[in-house]
Design a protein around this ligand. Structure first.
Ligand code: NIG
Ligand code: FE
Length: 419
C-alpha cells in the first residue's frame, strides 16, 4: 500500500463530481475528461487529480511511486453489473446445435440450457466452483473490470443454490475487486417441479430465502421473467418475498417476449431491469417514469444472434442505459467489457462517449455502487486502468475483439502484483 502518482496522463477519463449518480438521455452524450492530467491514489482511494500545469498539493509526499503515463489514458475500471460467472461447465455443444439451426428456446426445451448447467453444477464441489470462478475473475480483471455482480441460478435446489451463493461469498472475501451477489433461484423451473411449479416457488420463498438471510448470502434478487420461465405474477410474488429480507430486485426481462416484467420490476423498485431486447412503446414509457436502470447485454444478442435492444429509443426518451456482459456458459461465454463497448457502438448505435458512460457510472448505479465506483472522483475507490498508448477515446470501442488495457489497479493495488 502507499501513495501512487500517475503523471502526464494523455486524458483522464470520466471525471465526475460525487453528486453525479447516473447519466440519462442527452447527458450520456458528454464524457467528462481532463487532458494532460495527473491522478493521485493513497491506499485504496482516489485522493486527487488535476491538470499537469496545476500540479500541487501532493508534492511533499515521500515514498511516492510515480508512474509516467505519457501517451496513455486513465479510465475508472469497468463495472460489469450482470454476470453468471460461477458455473460448472461450458456448453459449446449448444453453440454447435445453434449453428445447425436450433434456437436457444429449442435447445432449452430438449434439456439443454439452464437445466443442463444446473445438472452439472449440482455434481460439482464448492471448491472446484470457487477455483474455476477465480480464474474467470482474474481474466476479467485483466481486461479492465473492477466491480462485478454475480448471480446464482444454476443450482435450482436448496443445496445447490446455497452452494453457489457461498462460492460468491467466498469470492467476495478473497478477491480485491468489488463483488455484488444476486440470488437467482427462479432462473428456470427444475424438471422435477415441471408439473408443480408453485411448489418450487414455495421452496424458494419458504426454504431458500430464510437460509440466505441467515447466512447473509445475497445483496439482490433476480427472476427470469419470460415466456416458458416465470410469469409476471410469479415474479412479483418472489420479489415481494425477497424484499422482506432486504433484497432489492435486478431482473431478467424482455429477452424474447414482452409480458409485463418491466412493470413488475418498476412496481418492486428494481435497481435494474436487464436484457430488454424486445420492448413495446408502453415498456419504454413506463421505464422513463422510474428510477430503474435499463441494462443492455449486447454480447448476448451477438452470441445468440437475436435482436439487439432498442438503445437509441431508450436514450431518446430520456432514459439512462447501463452495459454489462451477461458472462455465462449458455448465452454469453465472454466477460470482456471492451467487446461489449464495441458491440454497443456498432449495433446499439451508442457513441463511444455514451458507451463509456454506460459501462462506468451507469453500470455502477445498476449494482448500487454509484457512490464508490464508476468514475474518477475524490474519495471513490482507486479502481482504475491505464491504457497502452492510444490516439483517442474512440479507439477503445473501435479496436474490437481486443483491448488496450495495460495496467489495472484495484483498491489501489496493481493487479499484476496480486495473486
Ligand atoms: O441472461 N436469460 C437467462 N439467463 C441467462 C442465460 C442462461 C443460460 O443460458 O445458461 C442470460 O442470458
Ligand atoms: Fe443473465
Amino acid at each position: 500500500m502507499g501513495k501512487i502518482l500517475i503523471k502526464n496522463i494523455k486524458e483522464l477519463v470520466q471525471v465526475l463530481e460525487p453528486t453525479v449518480k447516473k447519466l440519462s438521455g442527452k447527458e450520456m452524450a458528454t464524457l467528462s475528461t481532463i487532458k494532460d492530467a495527473w491522478l493521485a491514489i493513497e491506499d485504496n482511494l482516489i485522493v486527487g487529480y488535476g491538470k499537469m500545469e496545476s500540479w500541487e498539493g501532493v508534492s511533499d509526499w515521500t515514498n511516492l511511486e510515480v508512474i509516467d503515463a505519457t501517451g496513455k489514458m486513465v479510465f475508472p475500471t469497468w463495472c460489469d453489473s450482470h454476470t453468471h460467472l460461477v458455473f460448472a461447465a461450458s456448453r459449446e455443444e449448444e453453440f454447435v446445435d445453434r449453428i445447425k439451426g436450433l434456437t436457444y428456446q429449442e435447445i432449452a426445451a430438449k434439456g439443454g440450457g439452464i437445466l443442463n448447467s444446473a445438472k452439472k453444477l449440482q455434481n460439482t464441489s464448492e471448491e472446484e466452483l470457487y477455483q474455476n470462478a477465480l480464474i474467470r475473475i482474474k481474466e476479467i480483471q485483466l481486461m479492465g473490470t473492477g466491480a462485478v455482480e454475480i448471480k446464482s441460478g444454476y443450482g435450482l435446489s436448496i443445496e445447490a443454490e446455497l452452494k453457489m451463493l457461498r462460492v460468491i461469498k467466498r469470492l467476495k472475501e478473497t478477491c480485491n475487486l468489488t463483488i455484488k451477489s444476486t440470488f437467482l433461484g427462479a432462473h428456470a423451473i427444475p424438471v422435477e417441479y415441471a408439473a408443480n411449479r408453485t411448489a418450487y416457488i414455495d421452496l424458494i420463498i419458504n426454504e431458500m430465502l430464510p437460509k440466505i438471510k441467515e447466512e447473509k448470502l445475497a445483496d439482490y434478487i433476480d427472476v427470469f421473467c419470460e415466456t416458458n420461465y416465470y410469469t409476471p405474477e410469479e415474479t412479483n410474488r418472489i420479489l415481494e418475498a425477497g424484499a422482506k429480507i432486504g433484497l432489492l430486485p435486478k431482473i431478467h426481462v424482455n429477452q424474447f417476449t414482452s409480458i409485463g416484467g418491466i412493470q413488475v420490476g418498476i412496481k418492486n423498485k428494481a435497481r435494474s431491469v436487464d436484457h430488454l431486447e424486445v420492448m413495446t412503446a408502453q415498456d419504454i414509457l413506463d421505464l422513463s417514469k422510474s428510477d430503474v436502470m435499463p441494462t443492455l447485454l449486447p454480447s448476448c444478442s451477438f452470441f445468440l444472434n437475436i435482436p439487439y435492444a432498442p438503445a437509441r429509443e431508450l436514450i431518446n426518451n430520456g432514459l439512462p442505459i447501463a452495459l454489462a456482459t451477461d458472462f455465462n456458459p449458455g448465452s454469453t461465454p465472454s466477460g470482456n467489457m471492451n467487446f461489449v463497448l464495441s458491440l454497443a457502438c456498432i449495433y446499439l448505435k451508442l457513441t463511444p462517449e455514451e458507451a463509456i458512460n454506460a459501462a462506468t457510472i451507469n453500470a455502477a448505479y445498476a449494482m448500487g455502487l454509484e457512490n464508490t465506483h464508476g468514475s474518477i472522483t475524490i474519495g471513490k475507490k482507486a479502481n482504475i486502468f491505464i491504457t497502452k498508448e492510444i490516439s483517442s477515446i474512440s479507439f477503445v470501442p473501435y479496436y474490437f475483439g481486443n483491448n488496450r488495457v495495460e495496467q489495472v489497479f484495484i483498491n489501489g493495488k496493481n493487479t499484476s502484483l496480486i495473486v
